[in-house]
Design a protein around this ligand. Structure first.
Ligand code: FRU
Length: 494
């Protein structure tokens, strides 16, 4: 049954969504049909297609009562718009259908598991959220909320666990048919924890254990967990709030990190060994992964940051976009990520410049554009070397977005100070990179309103949105000293 709230949202997006011209959106990054988008939800394969739901407020470009928007794709590049999947229309989710995930049931239907938010007054009369886990079952288009929702509430929390911060279930099914879910929670010490639950049918759930906890070390509340095996190890992903910087690895505020370790599936214990940032740019949060039928672990994230999400172009009709989906692998114990290989099928003519000496600022024939896949390899000339090397993209006389490498510090810096944002928010971020024999390789993906940089074949990624006018399409290379570069560049024809 389609509720009044759901029908209203469907009618609204059907009426206003088509008015947004394609050129006002990225060419291949997922955006909301109309209005506001945050976290990816229910990123999964179902009936031969990849489904991507998202935190959605169609009625304005601001966060508001959360719905689930819905997209599908067959190649992670071209997205098809489906009608809103969930609206806040039940007592247990009247305050919003928060983040969650999807899994296929044995009878072929799709189960969505999400956080229902209700508001309640505490003893002092202050309104606070009560978060529970709910499910809805459907056919890939329409979903029926389960009559016995919520399926998990405060009675299923470990001692001291907060009912106000209990959200973002990520569900999966093991080979023996059992369903598992990891859920973020605020523990008794006021910082985050990832809880593990299990279920035989996806409807009746039991608490198993706390998989790992923050203990006030990596931020506070841990949002949007994910948990999966990768290349013989186990990866626990979370998005901490209120992170305090740790060197150049984690910056202040909202972060996304992965804890890499081992998982004993019998005792259901996870032992973390290393901790790593997921992305080193300005805009990346709440990543979610899926296992593709061909065995690839593919991740997508909200290409935004809560601290800067208030800064947007005036009157924009859509706000919020996803990163390019990325293939994950472990290399030397580190999580590495590369753009999905499907992107390569969109490459136009190859422009190749090899062994180009750069001293001062140069542009190269055929190297410009805003929908671009470009790899730049920077090396010393053997002479005096260089103090810094800059790649300027989305450039005209007034604007540019700068990717700057400093070899003596081994730092890469993203600077979007002059990238169309009129707000005084964080515009730069630096991080440590690992040059190989003095060489640094940067793959840069531009898609009208974003820059994603992949360092050394995916050893690190850095994502940032930009709002620079599209006419600013120059790309230049600049060295303070002497550098030698190779540039391989393709326009992306989507
Ligand atoms: C993360 C988050 C989630 C929550 C959702 C609400 O960005 O805060 O924890 O479910 O956004 O929109």
């Amino acid at each position: 049954m389609v509720s009044t709230q759901l029908q209203k949202a469907r009618d609204f997006e059907a009426q206003y969504g088509p008015h947004i011209p394609a050129a006002e959106r990225p060419a291949f990054h997922a955006t909301p049909t109309i209005g506001w988008m945050n976290d990816p939800n229910g990123f999964s394969f179902y009936q031969g297609k990849c489904h991507l739901f998202y935190q959605y407020h169609p009625y304005s470009n601001e966060w508001g009562p959360m719905h689930w928007g819905h997209l599908t794709t067959e190649d992670f590049i071209h997205w098809e718009r489906l009608p809103v999947a969930l609206a806040p229309d039940q007592p247990c989710d009247a305050g919003g259908c928060f983040s969650g995930s999807a899994v296929e049931l044995p009878d072929g239907r799709q189960l969505l598991m999400y956080t229902g938010v209700q508001q309640e007054r505490d003893e002092e009369g202050v309104l606070r959220d009560i978060q529970t886990q709910c499910v809805a079952i459907g056919d890939g288009l329409n979903y029926e909320k389960y009559a016995l929702n919520p399926v998990l509430d405060k009675d299923n929390l470990p001692e001291g666990g907060s009912a106000a911060d209990f959200r973002d279930p990520k569900v999966w099914q093991e080979a023996d048919g059992t369903y598992y879910a990891v859920i973020g929670n605020r523990a008794a010490d006021d910082s985050g924890a990832v809880l593990l639950y299990q279920s035989a049918d996806g409807l009746k759930w039991d608490y198993v254990r706390t998989l790992d906890a923050c203990h006030n070390q990596y931020g506070k509340m841990w949002e949007c967990p994910d948990f999966f095996p990768l290349d013989g190890r186990q990866v626990l992903v979370t998005s901490p709030q209120e992170m305090y910087p740790i060197g150049l690895e984690f910056h202040a505020g909202n972060n996304a990190m992965c804890l890499i370790g081992n998982y004993d599936s019998k005792s259901m214990e996870f032992h973390r060994q290393t901790v790593q940032a997921m992305d080193y740019g300005l805009d990346f949060y709440a990543p979610q992964t899926l296992l593709a039928p061909d065995g690839r672990r593919i991740m997508i994230a909200w290409m935004q940051n809560w601290s800067t999400a208030g800064a947007k172009p005036a009157h924009c009709r859509w706000f919020g976009q996803m990163t390019l989906p990325r293939e994950l692998v472990l290399r030397d114990g580190r999580l590495c990520q590369r753009p999905v290989r499907e992107l390569e099928a969109c490459r136009g003519e190859r422009i190749l410049h090899q062994n180009i000496p750069v001293c001062g600022e140069v542009n190269l024939p055929g190297v410009q554009g805003r929908v671009v896949d470009m790899t730049v390899t920077i090396r010393p000339t053997g002479g005096e070397g260089y103090r810094w090397f800059r790649i300027h993209v989305a450039k005209d006389g007034t604007h540019d977005t700068i990717i700057r490498y400093k070899p003596n510090e081994s730092t890469l810096k993203i600077d979007r100070t002059r990238s169309g944002l009129p707000h005084d928010i964080v515009h730069t971020r630096s991080f440590l990179v690992r040059p190989q024999k003095g060489e640094l390789k940067l793959r840069i993906i531009l898609d009208r309103f974003s820059v994603e940089v992949f360092v050394n074949d995916g050893e690190q990624a850095a994502s940032s949105v930009i709002y620079t006018r599209q006419e600013a399409d120059a790309i230049t290379f600049e060295a303070d000293g002497q550098a030698l570069i190779d540039v391989e560049k393709y326009d992306l024809m989507v």
